[in-house]
Design a protein around this ligand. Structure first.
Ligand code: SF4
Ligand code: F3S
Length: 110
């Protein structure tokens, strides 16, 4: 079992989740964060911490976001670890709730 960062994090990246995670299992890309599934201890703290409700327990993921399970696992292996909260992306509020953001995911150097 793990927790998974879903689509609504894309182009928001508030990073409140990082501050509450006791396992330091968040990894950062240019416009999205992911959780390393082998490091997550299922504490549930990040779900409430995310201001845009982007994080789900694996079994609670909406059907159309099931591919984010593999996406989190894949990118957590290549992106750097993030342990401290930082400013959200400048236009984060404009992107909250925008549907079909997954095509805007920036994999960066990954
Ligand atoms: Fe970190 Fe807990 Fe969220 Fe897992 S469930 S990513 S351990 S805060
Ligand atoms: Fe993303 Fe929410 Fe964390 S927007 S960076 S999952 S606080």
């Amino acid at each position: 079992m793990t927790y998974v960062v879903g689509e609504n994090c894309i182009k928001c990246k508030h990073t409140d989740c990082v501050d509450v995670c006791p396992a330091n299992c968040f990894y950062e890309g240019p416009n999205f964060l992911v959780i390393h599934p082998d490091e997550c201890i299922d504490c549930d703290l990040c779900v409430e911490a995310c201001p845009v409700s982007a994080i789900f327990e694996e079994d609670d993921l909406p059907e159309d976001q099931l591919n984010f399970i593999d996406l989190n696992a894949e990118l957590a292996e290549v992106w750097p670890n993030l342990r401290n909260r930082k400013d959200p992306l400048p236009d984060a509020d404009d992107w909250d709730g925008v549907s079909a953001k997954r095509d805007l995911l920036d994999r960066g150097a990954a």
